[in-house]
Ligand binder design. Structure first.
Ligand code: G3P
Ligand code: MG
Length: 252
């Protein structure tokens, strides 16, 4: 069974890549994270209409590209004709939607870790997503460099059915009272919670269970700081550099 001890987690993980400085969920955002000295990224994955797994957050391409429409209505050629960088900054005009395979190849070559979030948009086939994503992810990255997370318990159950040993993280806004039931059922190694909803009691419960506690998406290190002492293991931030002065070892 997976163990959280085997994870090589840093204190700070780049949310959607280094999304404060590059267009989110792109190869450029991962290269930027690596250049900033970061060893892990969080990225979102879902399927195009033709079944290709791609790194993308929203159900549509409207916000993060020069096109319009829903992801499930695009095939790979149409999706990769879009400019997915200019919306962020003109210097990223050549950026294209990344396939999961291209992203995993990049992460592997850089020796980076990945928290891959399974995004279920309305109308998407959960089993098809799992079948396309999990075998590919575990083939490219070593076990200690990969956590699969999702807000959707069914997606995580199907992930565990697909693979007995892959690291699973439970993703919550507010950690529910019965989180440990699902954590035990899935042999989850981590719990990922919205930092603003985290309570000291929930944090200590996660720590007591031996699981890692990750918080998204703090972008204010001073406001977040008291939570390190609650037992938080890592933050998932748009700009992890703001945490470089923060350390659990110096905050008591
Ligand atoms: O995985 C943590 C965080 O990414 C969850 O929210 O909307 O940014 O994908 P979201
Ligand atoms: Mg995410």
């Amino acid at each position: 069974l997976p163990s959280s001890d085997a994870l090589s987690l840093p204190l700070a993980i780049a949310h959607r890549g280094l999304s404060a400085y590059a267009p989110e969920n792109t190869l450029a955002a991962v290269r930027a994270a690596h250049e900033a000295g970061l060893s892990w990224v969080e990225l979102d994955v879902q399927l195009l209409g033709d079944g290709t797994p791609v790194i993308w957050h929203d159900a549509s391409v409207n916000r993060c590209s020069d096109g319009r429409g829903r992801l499930k209505n695009l095939d790979l050629a149409t999706a990769q004709a879009l400019d997915t960088g200019s919306w962020f900054n003109a210097c990223f005009a050549n950026e294209r939607m990344a396939t999961l395979e291209d992203m995993l190849t990049l992460l592997s070559s850089l020796g980076m870790g990945l928290n891959l979030e399974l995004k279920l948009s309305p109308g998407h086939d959960v089993q098809a997503l799992i079948d396309a994503v999990i075998p590919m992810a575990v083939t490219h990255l070593p076990a200690e460099c990969l956590i699969i997370s999702s807000f959707d318990p069914q997606a995580l159950r199907l992930t565990r059915q697909q693979n007995a040993v892959v690291n699973i993280g439970l993703l919550y806004d507010d950690i529910p009272k019965d989180w440990l039931v699902l954590a035990d059922e899935l042999s989850a190694v981590s719990v990922h919670a919205d930092w603003r909803a985290l309570t000291r009691v929930a944090a200590s419960d996660v720590a007591a269970s031996g699981r890692k506690l990750l918080c998204y998406t703090p972008n204010d290190a001073a406001a977040f700081a008291p939570r390190w002492a609650w037992g938080v293991d890592a933050v998932i931030s748009d700009d992890p550099s703001i945490f470089s002065e923060e350390s659990p070892s110096v905050i008591s």
